[in-house]
Ligand binder design. Structure first.
Ligand code: HEM
Length: 127
């Protein structure tokens, strides 16, 4: 098949870089890299120009089987965290995002996050 002027031979594996789709200013606007959950206030269609390019769980026949379970777990976890912790930015905070499979903090900051996660897990074990 042909994508624009690129010929793709039969049997070729294509890897779509989802991070690029999810942070493209042409699709999400100038604040594409900003953490802004409110952009979804009116659903995915209200957040971007082409709703079908938002695919955190993949699309089509191989879409993530655990999608609904994962969303339920995440909502419960966030509700638990927000109702049990207060948040403020540490004066020692250094903004250091790094790209892996997803965006994460760079290795030098990981140890602090692991500590926080351990606290959160121990909290969740109580429920
Ligand atoms: C936030 C959490 C999760 C994310 C972002 C996620 C994302 C994904 C993505 C992107 C795929 C590939 C879809 C594709 O090939 O188009 C996938 C596949 C899959 N996921 Fe998840 N997933 C999550 C949680 C889970 C959970 C909790 C389970 C099981 C309990 C699960 C089970 C699966 C399975 C079995 C597949 C393979 C489906 C297939 O190839 O037919 N996932 N997931």
């Amino acid at each position: 098949m042909k994508f624009g002027n690129i010929d793709v031979p039969k049997g070729t594996g294509l890897w779509i870089l989802i991070l690029s789709l999810h942070t493209n200013p042409d699709i999400w606007g100038e604040d594409a890299y900003k953490f802004n959950p409110e952009r979804f206030a009116n659903g995915t269609a209200g957040a971007c120009t082409h709703p079908h390019v938002y695919m955190p769980f993949g699309v089509g026949p191989r879409v993530c089987l655990g999608q609904n379970l994962a969303m339920l777990e995440l909502k419960m976890l966030i509700a638990l965290i927000l109702s049990n912790f207060k948040f403020s930015l540490s004066p020692r905070y250094i903004h250091s995002p790094a790209f892996g499979l997803i965006f994460k903090i760079s290795n030098k900051r990981t140890i602090h996050v692991c500590y926080i996660l351990r606290q959160i897990y121990s909290l969740c074990e109580k429920f």
